[in-house]
Design a protein around this ligand. Structure first.
Ligand SMILES: Cc1cc2nc3c(=O)[nH]c(=O)nc-3n(C[C@H](O)[C@H](O)[C@H](O)COP(=O)(O)OP(=O)(O)OC[C@H]3O[C@@H](n4cnc5c(N)ncnc54)[C@H](O)[C@@H]3O)c2cc1C
Length: 463
């Protein structure tokens, strides 16, 4: 998603007209997230943050003819993506570039002669000088191995296909409390479900509502400050964050204690909704200079990164992957009415006598339906990219960090283990389980890095 547009943004810099082949069997343009579905499934960023062109941040809002703060159905955003894709194809062809769209799944990658990569599809094998992986996110995890049990929904998408068959009075238990789980709840409510809905996960932490981002200018969590440390530790990062909060006029201890609070999901959501215009931690994160987070990640020791992954990730994810405030208000209303219950501490889920029994911190009534709203890292996917990823291992074209992220050079997007073959990747596969690299702005940034390297190489080879 986005690569052709980012290449076109540098069209003048290419010496030779690029020849591009796009392999996509059925989600052309809109990808997995933005296909046709229920209108209750909203984009989780306002329209003003969803432009495919970083140089023209209002592009999507203009296409939509709506204000930049609108949260629209994801399928509407998908229509914009499809428009943008074909506009880019037309523009590229008008410049004399070749763009072929091949509706096939790539089954495997292999090493060819002269550092060319071989792309294998059911229709045959083609050889390329450069290959870019943009294979998206992982599939659901089926953590309790219930696939095949009657009443178990293995994958909630498209919601329009999976939810309408569910009896409106049934008790639906959703495994997971992230954005997919929120999609399921809103989809069920949209369809008139009036039975109990339980969201069960280990932590019970929901995405927070997306607040208004204050235009803070970081003074402590800066490139210079991070560079000044000989060895940066997690404690130093917390101290810098506290200084940042204090200089923005907030009580650092209060803010951090709410970030890491063990309050119930309902209390947290109510607190966050009451403070949509005073959310300094999100505002600081969003205003950081782009290199700061990767610099911090690179500086922390392996043990400290594990601590981030296991102790802090659920809290950080809840503010990094927020939901639209309108969704949060709907959720809070059904939590207050008792229809929606968040059950933390789930340790087991069994299918017995036609019903599902969960073991969680507090007792959960048996459910008639269970919906898997978990997500594997892209490396572990059971979906379309499986064969391709297996071939990367078999051909020694990939190495992975301990969080399942494909290791790429952040300056070029090149897959490090594949050198001298020119294999690139961007999006969630490069992040694994640890960081949220799959929001649209992050994906477009990744595409931009790859496009810059394609230009650089073209110039080098052409000179
Ligand atoms: C349910 C859901 C909701 C989301 N909502 C939002 C949101 O509201 N806002 C936001 O910013 N981000 C959202 N995201 C994140 C979203 O994934 C990114 O914004 C962005 O769409 C990712 O783009 P991508 O190109 O990396 O992957 P995708 O758009 O997922 O595209 C990957 C494509 O690769 C294809 N593919 C995979 N393997 C192969 C193969 N072997 N051969 C050929 N093709 C293959 C797939 O068919 C797929 O179409 C959401 C993600 C999901 C899953």
């Amino acid at each position: 998603m986005g690569l052709l547009g980012r290449m076109l943004a540098r069209a003048d810099e290419f010496r030779r007209a690029p020849r591009v082949v796009v392999y996509e069997p059925d989600n052309l343009g809109h990808g997995v997230a933005f296909g046709a579905d229920l209108e209750s499934a909203l984009i989780n960023l306002p329209a003003g943050r969803m432009s495919m062109d970083p140089g023209d941040p209002d592009q999507f809002a203009r296409w939509l003819d709506a204000a930049g703060d609108a949260y629209v159905p994801r399928q509407v955003f998908g229509e914009y993506l499809v428009d943008e894709f074909w506009r880019a194809v037309g523009q590229a062809r008008a410049l004399g570039w070749t763009v072929d769209v091949v509706p096939e799944t790539v089954a495997a990658l292999g090493k060819g002669s002269a550092n060319e990569l071989l792309v294998r599809t059911p229709a045959g094998v083609r050889s390329f000088g450069q290959v870019v992986l943009g294979v998206g996110s992982g599939t659901t995890a089926d953590p309790y191995r219930l696939s095949g049990a009657s009443g178990y929904v293995v994958d909630p998408y498209p919601l329009a296909a999976t939810l309408p068959g569910i009896a409106p009075r049934s008790h639906v238990l959703v495994i997971g409390t992230g954005l997919t789980a929120i999609d399921v709840v809103l989809g069920l409510l949209h369809l008139g479900h009036d039975g109990r809905i339980t969201l069960a996960s280990r932590t019970g932490i929901l995405p927070g509502p997306r607040p208004q981002i204050m235009p803070l200018d970081p003074k402590h969590l800066t490139i210079d400050a991070v560079r000044r440390f000989e060895s940066l530790g997690l404690g130093d990062v917390w101290e810098l964050l506290k200084l940042e909060l204090a200089s923005a006029g907030f009580d650092a201890d209060t803010e951090i204690s709410w970030l890491l609070s063990s309050a119930s999901a309902t209390e947290r959501l109510r607190y966050q909704l009451d403070r949509l215009d005073a959310a300094p931690i999100q505002s600081i994160f969003e205003n950081l200079e782009t290199p700061v987070p990767p610099m911090i990640r690179a500086a922390l020791s392996a043990d400290e990164m594990l601590k981030v992954a296991f102790d802090y990730k659920p809290y950080l994810k809840s503010i990094q992957c927020p939901m639209p405030p309108v969704s949060a208000r709907k959720l809070l209303a059904v939590m207050d009415s008792g229809q929606l219950v968040v059950a933390p501490g789930i340790t087991a889920l069994r299918h017995r006598n036609g019903r599902f029994e969960a073991v969680a911190r507090e007792s959960v009534p048996a459910a008639e339906v269970v919906i898997d709203a978990t997500r594997l890292s892209p490396r572990r996917t059971k979906g379309r990219a499986r064969g391709l990823l297996d071939s990367l291992s078999a051909e020694r074209l990939a190495s992975w960090n301990s969080f399942d992220g494909l290791i790429v050079d952040p300056r070029t997007g090149r897959v490090v283990a594949a050198a001298p073959y020119r294999l690139f990747a961007y999006g969630e596969i490069t992040a694994g389980e640890l960081y949220y690299a799959s929001s649209l702005p992050a994906v477009v940034r990744g595409a931009n890095v790859v496009a810059a390297e394609l230009v650089r190489h073209d110039n080098e080879v052409g000179s």
